[in-house]
Design a protein around this ligand. Structure first.
Ligand code: PMP
Ligand code: GLN
Length: 385
C-alpha cells in the first residue's frame, strides 16, 4: 500500500490562520475594543429578521433553485440596471452565493488551471492568493503605490504574459480604503482589450463610497462587463456578516463555468434568507443610505484621532481607516498590533497581513463599523498613546 507511506504534503504550505481570526481571538482574550476584523457591532434592521421568520414559517424551507430564488435574482438584476444601466439576465448571469469569499473562490476554481498566472494588486484581501494557489495557479503581484495606494496600470500591463488568466481588482479596497476612478477602469479596459484575460472584481463595499464619489463597477463599464465576474456581499450591505450571503454576476459564458463548480460545492444557499433579502431589497434607500451612515462614522473616528499621534491615511470607501504609527513605535506592524491589543486593549489589523512580502510600512487598519460608544472607547485609548 505505497500511499500509506506518502507524507502529507500541504497544498498550501505557507498558509496559517487568517489574521481576522487571530486578531479577533486575541481581542476577546484581552477584553480589548475590537476594531480589527471587519464587522458591525450593532444589529441589522429588525424588519429583515422578521422577513426571515416570515418565510421560514411560510414553509420556504426546502432546496431553492441552484442559482438562487428567482425573486432575489430579479431584485439583483433590477438594482444593477438602475444603478449601472447594465442588463444582467437573472436566468443565466446572476448566481446567489454563500458570501463573497465563496464567490471569489468559485470564480477562481472555475477558471484557473495549473500554470496560469493571476495578477493581484497588493495589499490584497487575504483570500485571493490561497484560492489561486490551491488550484495550481501563480499569483503575480503588482504593488499599489504607498502611501496613497494608487494603481500603476503600466506596471499591471508589464505583468501580463501569455499565461495571464485573470486580474483581480477590489474597489472600494480592503484594506487601504482607496477607490478606483472611471479613469482607472478605462485603463484596465485598455490593457486587457483584445486579450482573453478575465477580470474578477470584488465589489463588496460598493455602497460604501464617500464624499459624493460614485462607485465605479465593472458592471457599469461596457467593455469590462463583457469579461468580468463581479462579486457582492449582503453581509456588508445589510449589517449581517454572519449570514454569509452574497452573489456573483457575469456574462452567461463565464457564469456557466461558475455554476459548474457551484452546483457541486454548495449547490444553493439558505432558502428563507433569500426570500427575505429579495423583499428587503425592494426599498433602495436601504442600500443607498449606507454611504451617509458610514461616512458619519468615518468622520467621527477621524475627528477623534486627529488629536492622536497616529497619521490618518485617506479613507474614501469601505468601513476601514488606515493609520501610520511611526511617531508612536518603530515595531513591525504585526508586533505593534499584538501589543496594542494585549497592553492597551484596542485590536487592529496590521497591513503586512495583506502582502506576500511585507514592505515594512508601519500601517494599521481600524474598522469603524461600530457604535459611537465603541468608537469613543477605542479612540480614548488611542489618543493617549
Ligand atoms: N472581499 C473583501 C474585500 C472583504 O472585505 C470581504 C469581507 N469581509 C469579503 C470579500 C468577504 O465577504 P463575505 O463575508 O460575504 O464572504
Ligand atoms: N472582511 C473582513 C475584514 O476584512 C473579515 C472577514 C473574515 O473574517 N473572514 O476584516
Amino acid at each position: 500500500m505505497p500511499h500509506y507511506n506518502r507524507s502529507l504534503a500541504s497544498k498550501l504550505p505557507n498558509v496559517g490562520t487568517t489574521i481576522f481570526t487571530v486578531m479577533s481571538r486575541l481581542a476577546q482574550e484581552h477584553n480589548a475594543v475590537n476594531l480589527s476584523q471587519g464587522f458591525p457591532d450593532f444589529d441589522c434592521d429588525p424588519h429583515l429578521q422578521e422577513l426571515v421568520t416570515k418565510y421560514m414559517k411560510a414553509g420556504k424551507n426546502q432546496y431553492p433553485p441552484m442559482a438562487g430564488v428567482p425573486e432575489l435574482r430579479d431584485a439583483i438584476a433590477q438594482k444593477i440596471a438602475a444603478l449601472c444601466g447594465t442588463a444582467y439576465d437573472p436566468e443565466t448571469e446572476i448566481t446567489v452565493t454563500p458570501g463573497a469569499t465563496y464567490a471569489i473562490y468559485t470564480a477562481i476554481a472555475a477558471l484557473v488551471r495549473p500554470g496560469d498566472e493571476v495578477i493581484v494588486l497588493e495589499p490584497a484581501y487575504d483570500s485571493y492568493v490561497p484560492a489561486i494557489e490551491v488550484h495550481g495557479g501563480t499569483a503575480v503581484y503588482v504593488a499599489l503605490s504607498f502611501p496613497d495606494y494608487r494603481c500603476d496600470w503600466e506596471a499591471v500591463q508589464r505583468a501580463i504574459t501569455p499565461r495571464t488568466r485573470m486580474i483581480i481588482i477590489n474597489t472600494p479596497n480592503n484594506p487601504t480604503s482607496s477607490v478606483f476612478s472611471a479613469a482607472d477602469m478605462d485603463a484596465l479596459a485598455r490593457i486587457t482589450r483584445g486579450t482573453a484575460i478575465v477580470i474578477l472584481s470584488d465589489e463588496v463595499y460598493e455602497h460604501l463610497v464617500y464624499d459624493g464619489a460614485r462607485h465605479e463597477s465593472v458592471t457599469r463599464h461596457p467593455d469590462l462587463s463583457q469579461r468580468s465576474f463581479a462579486v457582492y456581499s449582503f453581509g456588508k450591505s445589510y449589517h449581517v456578516t454572519g449570514w454569509k450571503m452574497g452573489y456573483c454576476v457575469a456574462p452567461a459564458n463565464l457564469m456557466a463555468e461558475f455554476r459548474k463548480v457551484h452546483q457541486f460545492n454548495v449547490f444553493t444557499c439558505m432558502s428563507p434568507v433569500q426570500y427575505a433579502l429579495a423583499e428587503f431589497m425592494q426599498d433602495p434607500q436601504r442600500y443607498l443610505g449606507l454611504a451617509r451612515f458610514y461616512q458619519e462614522k468615518r468622520d467621527y473616528f477621524r475627528d477623534r484621532l486627529r488629536e492622536s499621534r497616529f497619521t490618518l491615511l485617506p479613507s474614501n470607501g469601505t468601513f476601514f481607516q488606515s493609520v501610520r504609527y511611526e511617531a508612536i513605535s518603530d515595531e513591525p506592524d504585526s508586533e505593534f498590533a499584538m501589543r496594542l491589543t494585549r497592553e492597551h486593549g484596542v485590536a487592529a489589523i496590521p497591513l503586512s497581513a495583506f502582502y506576500h512580502q511585507p514592505p515594512g510600512h508601519k500601517v494599521l487598519r481600524f474598522c469603524f463599523a461600530k457604535t459611537e460608544q465603541t468608537l469613543y472607547k477605542g479612540t480614548e485609548i488611542l489618543r493617549r498613546l
